[in-house]
Design a binder for this molecule. Sequence first.
Ligand code: HEC
Length: 141
Amino acid sequence: MMKARFMSEVFAGRCALASVLMSATLMLGIVGAGGTAHAASAAAVSPEALEKGARLFVKNCIMCHERGMDNPGTAALSYLYGKGKGALADRDNLTPDFVRYFVRNGRGLMPAFRTGELNDEELKVLAEYLSAGPHPATPEK
Ligand code: HEC
């Protein structure tokens, strides 16, 4: 629980930083450029990358994060965020950095994945896939 609280503070801190940067951007009057860059990076995830990300998700994560309370990841996250909000594939608020952090560091029952298990390139694709959610049609195991 302490750890969870620490994490939310870390992420709250990050949001605060983001809003400071955002207002700095506004003051400089280049918010249009920033907005375009963001949209471009979201659109840059190709269908091939999404498919690859989905495959990596099924291979490495779905045993704990598939929909259904009998999956430990989904059960733990439902407990944290509320019923029906536990499946990673249903999330619309994941970011690549957030996903990478948990995958590399683990938390609670979730193991940390080392580069030998999931290399940086694979993790990038997987994190982009999850961040592009929700994915109503997640492939089955
Ligand atoms: C052995 C089971 C297990 C595996 C395998 C696993 N996870 Fe998890 N994951 C969990 C559990 C349990 C939690 C909740 C941890 C907690 O808060 O105590 C979690 C939490 C997370 C979170 C945090 C979500 C949030 O909003 O708090 C992310 C992101 C995540 N997992 C991504 C992944 C990805 C991506 C993979 C595959 C590379 C993966 N997990 C593999 C069990 C697992």
